[in-house]
Design a binder for this molecule. Structure first.
Ligand SMILES: Cc1cc2nc3c(=O)[nH]c(=O)nc-3n(C[C@H](O)[C@H](O)[C@H](O)COP(=O)(O)OP(=O)(O)OC[C@H]3O[C@@H](n4cnc5c(N)ncnc54)[C@H](O)[C@@H]3O)c2cc1C
Ligand code: FES
Ligand code: FES
Length: 485
């Protein structure tokens, strides 16, 4: 196995790191090793945005850069390999503030200032990608940043300020030089990091990945790290042998053919979501409610499935759509239905040394409809209490095909087969919907936890079926559909 140190640009300087604990987060690296304390720690769990930094990475054309905001607190330091890390300290342009910083001053967007670097970096990433964002785009870009004192209006006003007329900043001036560095990094062999106890390896292709896993089946895979890093930052655990999937070329492919979408397991949400929007509008909208922009810039579909959480949002939606996944071990691949992947709470059919390679999402045929409902306490950046996914085909008011799946109702994301049976080959009418609502009590015995009680979960699942029916009937819901007991 050929491997090398981790190399990246810290602002405009080339940095090489080797003997450093790979369990270190980018935030700890910046604050403790580089003494760059402008990036703040609020929650250390991806929730507040105080630690937001910006990564620039090469686009597929290998010539242009994609700037994205990420949460430094839940990104492992090794994942910086081959990228440019931009921190708040570097925004200032000589003696002048950067125009996104100046806009915060001009719009009175800061009081205690603790959240300010994070907001500034989210705004910087947005303006690098879009010089005149509209209000919806600003809200989406800032939804992962919390402020306790200023109030959001002035911060939003600041981020709305167009950068169209702004002078080139130092990043624009050094653009070609940055591209050249990142191109050079791309030609380096697989990166690795280690200290006395922990190691980190970033294979560049599936052959290297498969070999590493066969030799070290106990190794832990990390893609975006937005689930896994919490094991270190919240549970105070350590991970002995990390294998990073972000550099594995074959796990980064996207295919849009006549019958299906094929998504590489390590492609981040913000990269693959635009491809799905036209076919499954509600799926695109639901994905935009997964975490925040920072989470979706790093988080992947493979990680969402691999985590096997009963409240992960993608599995129920994809099970309803009849998605398949491929799993690879050594050079052997197998394809299974996603619904067969989950076997118990956080348990899956994944074997030692196996990894998720691709996700296959069938396209809808004429007359097929997907309806999705995410129930959480907040619209943005919140985990579901219940996620309902209804996939229906209705011909002459007869249900000719139905797949219904829920998250948050059982130990695994699961189909509601009794409910489906109550609808299949029956008229799509209120009476049969009532029977199907009843059948949900045979499918699930949900649990109570901090997000919702068992009773609430069942009621809301039943109500969502009725909401789906009414929406498909094009009726307005004017009254509460089912009374809470
Ligand atoms: C603040 C916050 C908000 C969030 N909001 C949501 C939300 O609204 N909805 C939601 O569903 N999730 C949410 N999440 C959870 C998380 O962001 C998603 O599950 C995300 O898709 C995980 O992807 P990742 O690439 O970061 O996974 P990682 O953290 O890298 O990995 C997660 C798990 O999957 C395994 N894994 C990763 N890739 C593979 C692979 N190719 N093959 C086999 N195993 C693999 C890893 O070993 C690990 O056990 C949130 C997380 C945070 C911190
Ligand atoms: S410190 Fe709160 S999101 Fe990172
Ligand atoms: S200015 Fe104090 S938290 Fe935002």
């Amino acid at each position: 196995m050929n491997s090398d140190a981790v190399r990246f640009l810290l602002n405009n300087d080339v940095v090489t790191i080797e003997n450093i604990d790979p369990n270190l987060t980018v935030l700890q690296y910046l604050r403790d090793e580089r003494f760059k304390n402008g990036t703040k720690e609020g929650c250390a769990s991806g929730d507040c945005g105080a630690c937001t930094v910006v990564l620039a990475e090469l686009n597929n054309d290998n010539e242009t850069l994609n700037y994205k905001s990420i949460n430094a607190c839940i990104s492992f330091v090794g994942s910086l390999h081959g990228k440019q890390l931009i921190t708040v300290e570097h925004l200032k342009q000589g003696a002048k503030l950067h125009h996104v910083q100046q806009a915060m001053v001009d719009n009175h967007g800061s009081q205690c200032g603790f959240c300010t670097p994070g907001f500034v970096m989210s705004s910087f990433a947005l303006h690098k990608q879009n010089s005149s964002p509209n209000r919806a785009e600003v809200l989406e870009a800032l939804a992962g940043n919390l402020c306790r004192c200023t109030g959001y209006r002035s911060i939003i006003d600041a981020a709305m300020v167009s950068s169209e007329d702004a002078e080139d900043d130092s990043f624009a001036q050094h653009y070609q030089q940055s591209v050249k560095h990142l191109q050079d990094f791309k030609n380096l062999p697989a990166a690795q990091l280690c200290n006395a106890k922990h190691q980190y390896y970033a294979p560049k292709n599936t052959a290297e990945l498969a070999e590493k896993l066969l030799n070290s089946p106990q190794a832990t895979l990390v893609a975006g790290g937005t689930d896994l890093a919490l094991m270190v930052t919240q549970n105070l655990g350590t991970i002995a042998d990390l294998v990073y999937l972000g550099d594995v070329a074959e796990l980064h492919t996207l295919e849009n053919n006549a019958d299906e979408f094929i998504i590489g397991s390590a492609v981040p949400y913000t990269t693959f979501t635009p491809m799905l929007h036209d076919e499954y509008h509600e799926l695109g909208e639901m994905i935009e409610r997964i975490g925040s922009r920072q989470i979706r810039n790093n988080g992947t579909l493979g990680g969402n499935i691999g985590n096997a959480s009963p409240i992960g949002d993608m599995p129920p939606a994809l099970i309803a759509l009849g998605a398949d996944i491929t799993l690879q071990r050594g050079d052997v691949e197998r394809k299974i239905a996603l619904e067969d992947y989950f076997v118990g709470y956080k348990q899956t059919v994944l074997k030692d040394a196996e990894f998720i390679k691709n996700i296959y999402i069938p396209k809808a045929k004429t007359g097929q409809i997907l309806k999705l409902y995410k129930i959480s306490k907040r619209i943005d950046d919140d985990i579901s209490a219940v996620l309902a996914a209804f996939f229906l085909e209705i011909n002459d008011n007869l249900v000719t095909n139905v797949r219904i799946a829920f998250g948050g109702m059982a130990a695994i994301p699961m189909r509601a087969k009794q409910c489906e049976a109550a609808l299949l080959n029956k008229a799509f009418n209120r009476e049969n919907i009532s029977a199907a609502q009843q059948a949900l009590t045979l499918d699930f015995q949900p649990m109570s936890d901090v997000r919702a009680s068992d009773k609430y979960r069942m009621k809301v699942a039943q109500n969502l079926l009725q909401k789906c029916y009414l929406e498909l009937q094009n009726k307005t819901i004017e009254t509460r559909v089912v009374n809470y007991a």
